[in-house]
Each structure stands twice: as C-alpha cells, then as structure tokens.
Design a protein around this ligand. Structure first.
Ligand SMILES: [Zn+2]
Length: 231
C-alpha cells in the first residue's frame, strides 16, 4: 500500500515573492536583450576622438629614422629607391610593397602579359596576401591582424624622428564611443616617393596617391586596400 504523500507548501512574505518574481523576469529580459543593452551602454557615454599629442621621439641619431633616414634595419630605405607605395606595419616595421610596376628578370621594367602576381605570408605580427594584375593597374593588399591587436607606441618613438613621428601619429587618430574598447590600427600607407603618410583607420575609406585611387575597407581585424590606376 502506498502512503498518500502530503503536498508541501512554503509560507513566504508577499513582498519577497514579488521581488523574486520580478528579479527573475528582469534576468530573463536582460539575457534576451543583452546585446542591445550593451550597445546602449556603449553609446550612452557619447563619442570621443583619440589623439596622440605631445609624444616625443626617442630616436637619438636622426639619420637612422625608419621613414626618412637610412638604417640597416629599415625596409623603407630600400623601397625609397623605387617610387612605390607601401603599407607599413608599425609594430614590426614590415613593409608590404604594392607591386605597381612589373620587373623582368633583368631588373628592368617589363611589359607583356606575365605580370599577374600573388604572394602571401605571415610576419608573426599579421597575415597578408597581395594580388596584382593588369600590369599593376589593380593591386589588392589584404592584412589580417591578431584579434586583440595593440599599437606598440614605444616601437614608433624609438625608430622615428620627430617629424615622421608627428605624421604617423596624426594618421593614427580615430573616433570611438567613450565606453568602447577600441585600438588604433597599427598600420599606415606610405608613398615612398614623397614620404607622405596616409591613414588606415576605420574612418578613412579612400584617398588618392599620385595616379592611384586607394580604396580602404576595414572589417574587424581585416584590412583590405585596393589600388586602382586612374586612366
Ligand atoms: Zn624621419
């Protein structure tokens, strides 16, 4: 024979009951609208400009500046001899050259159809791929940065003269929500002919470098720059 089980009841204060119920509802709603609430909170602080002012160069010998000087470690020194356009990774000073011209085996500028190019690699700081076709009239450079990339400011201060440092720092300025966790993209474009620096931050969608239109696209930690020659 089964003994009839008695049902259990708890007595709790009505106020406590309603507190628990409303707490539970809030928790469910919070979980459901989590992303929207987070987005709201991010935007609640308004926007701010991130600028790098009053930062002094730590380079002792001005002649060894990685952009305008000569240094055994600097690739910029080498690329300056060609009048090319490059993408500089500021964290490891790696330079990706836009293959705007096609060179034959003898080192002279070549013509013909054999100039479609594609290279890729990993520098340890980022992954890249470069594609060019139609004799350099279209070049696409794609860079994938690490998920939590961060600009190594000391690295720039130690290797640039004040003039070049100021130019690079200006190119690094960006806008963000005050509560947003956002870093400067540690890259910039350079015209080796004029040593002019161009920004690769997310607000910058394109610019003209000589007779090339540079189209810039930023998607998370992926940056694509397409150079198209203007006819
Ligand atoms: Zn310099």
């Amino acid at each position: 024979m089964w003994a009839k089980r008695e049902k259990k009841y708890y007595r709790i204060r009505a106020s406590l009951f309603w507190l628990m119920t409303s707490g539970f509802i809030l928790l469910v709603l919070g979980a459901y609208f989590k992303d929207e609430l987070y987005e709201k909170w991010i935007r609640s602080g308004g926007m701010e400009d991130v600028v790098y002012e009053g930062i002094q160069s730590r380079l002792e010998d001005q002649g060894t500046c990685y952009i305008c000087g000569s240094s055994d470690d600097s690739l910029a020194d080498y690329y300056r001899t060609f009048d090319t356009i490059g993408l500089i990774s500021l964290n490891d000073w790696y330079v990706l050259e836009f293959p705007l011209k096609c060179y034959g085996e003898n080192g002279n500028e070549a013509s013909g159809d054999g100039c479609n190019n594609s290279t890729s690699g990993n520098t340890g700081e980022f992954i890249y791929s470069i594609e060019s076709n139609f004799h350099g009239s279209m070049v696409s450079v794609k860079v994938t940065l690490p998920e939590n990339y961060q600009l190594k400011m000391e690295n720039i201060r130690e290797h640039l003269c004040q003039k070049c440092l100021d130019k690079v720092l200006e190119s690094l300025e960006f806008r963000k929500w005050r509560h947003e966790k956002k870093e400067a993209v540690p890259l910039c474009l350079i015209d080796f002919k004029t040593q002019e620096i161009y920004s690769l931050q997310d607000w910058h969608q394109g610019c003209l470098i000589r007779d090339y239109w540079m189209e810039i696209e930023l998607d998370g930690n992926e940056i694509t720059v397409e150079a198209k020659r203007i006819e």
